[in-house]
Design a protein around this ligand. Structure first.
Ligand SMILES: NC(=O)c1ccc[n+]([C@@H]2O[C@H](COP(=O)([O-])OP(=O)(O)OC[C@H]3O[C@@H](n4cnc5c(N)ncnc54)[C@H](OP(=O)(O)O)[C@@H]3O)[C@@H](O)[C@H]2O)c1
Length: 352
């Protein structure tokens, strides 16, 4: 740590959204193999709510923030690039700290992007959910061409990435579920052949792959939708329901598989592979193959972002503005080419 001070949004104690406090803390410096980033935007995620609630035990006071966009501020020993000043998207999930003016993370988890083709606000939303989408389908579910895929909460942050990622990876039928009729139309743009209400699940047919981040009764119902040799990936519990016990004997008798995925643990254990998946995700978003819909809020409204996410009413992604002027662009705008326009439309979709 240096003597220099910066602003950060801190969790001083576990509790409701109101515990989040703007605080002055020491600017972190990069250790060997790390990069320090001047943050422009920080993604707001369900994970940060779990930290704030104490569901995931972290040492307090704690600066949340698992992903950012910004510019390289300084390189730690042994790091050769990107250059100081380059625009980058970074996964900060291993040590958190993204809700701040400066964050430090492993160089393997930092990916440069082209600001003329990808808005920094959108870039901040890519490292967690878009990367997770590729890792879950490819690395964990080991998707094969033509396989059918069912994704829950299809209009949400990670759900909005999984539909199109499945398409890019050669999926056959891709179906999304949502919790309310209003979200059906929103989810359709995210690569789903069909979007159904979660209560209609029993009539949805069988799937080779199911991705469940909702948990509770949805988890049990999802296992029932799995085809023989099908794989269900458990990757969240957005419903907050009690853990669901699944029978190992049932898996044995029915040739089904249940796997788990956690990006924080994966990135800590496999930073190079995580970085490769991030580059793939940044490339797909830059090319318009993945659509990332963001709505922005100032960092000092982080509590409101948390409340909105916890309400279950949001679609796409909320991104916090830390210092947007640092990005060299005040968000997406016209005149930056066809691809940039596509990102701009995605970034400028109505906040919810
Ligand atoms: N394992 C990992 O590495 C990883 C990575 C990214 C995300 N996740 C997990 O994936 C889940 C979704 O994350 P996200 O970033 O996509 O968040 P999100 O955009 O807020 O999506 C959560 C969605 O879950 C559904 N939901 C169902 N019951 C809910 C309830 N009681 N309260 C709130 N939402 C409820 C809602 O969609 P409907 O209205 O359609 O029901 C809601 O929009 C979270 O559990 C998160 O922890 C895990």
């Amino acid at each position: 740590m240096s003597n220099e001070q910066m602003s950060a949004m801190v969790i001083p104690e576990f509790g409701p959204a109101e515990v989040l406090r703007p605080t002055t803390v020491a600017v972190p410096e990069p250790g060997p193999g790390q990069i320090a980033i001047d943050v422009a935007y920080a993604g707001a995620n369900f994970a940060e709510i779990l930290y704030r609630q104490g569901v995931v035990d972290v040492a307090l006071p704690f600066v949340p923030g698992i992903e950012v966009s910004g510019r390289v501020r300084a390189l730690g020993a042994g790091v050769e690039g990107p250059a100081v000043g380059d625009p980058v998207a970074a996964l900060t999930i291993v040590d958190s700290g993204g809700y701040a003016e400066v964050v430090v993370t492993a160089a393997d988890l930092v990916v440069p992007f082209d600001e003329t083709r990808l808005s920094p606000a959108v870039a901040a939303a890519v490292p967690s959910n878009s990367t997770t989408a590729f890792l879950v389908l490819d690395r964990v579910a080991r998707i094969e061409p033509g396989e059918s895929v069912l994704v829950h909460a299809a209009a949400g942050g990670v759900g909005s990435q999984l539909g199109r990622a499945a398409r890019l990876l050669g999926a056959g039928r891709v179906v999304g579920t949502v919790g309310s009729p209003a979200k059906k139309e929103i989810a359709r743009q995210f690569g789903y052949d069909e979007v159904i209400l979660r209560e209609e699940l029993a009539a949805a047919g069988e799937f080779d792959i199911v991705v469940d981040m909702v948990g509770g009764p949805t988890r049990r119902a999802s296992l029932d939708r799995l085809a023989p040799m099908g794989r269900m990936v458990v990757m969240g519990n957005a419903s907050g329901a009690a853990d669901v016990g699944l029978s190992a004997n049932e898996l044995w008798f029915t040739n089904r598989t249940v796997s788990g995925f956690n990006l924080a643990a994966f990135a800590a254990a496999h930073p190079v592979e995580t970085g490769a998946a991030m580059r793939r995700a940044v490339g797909a978003v830059t090319a318009g193959e993945l659509i990332v819909q963001v709505a922005t809020l100032a960092l000092d409204r982080a509590a409101e972002a948390h409340r909105r996410i916890e309400s279950g009413a949001t679609t796409g992604k909320l991104v916090l503005e830390v210092a947007p002027s640092r990005s060299g662009s005040r968000g997406p705008g016209p005149g930056r080419g066809a691809r940039a326009d596509q990102s701009a439309m995605a970034a400028n979709m109505p906040a919810s």
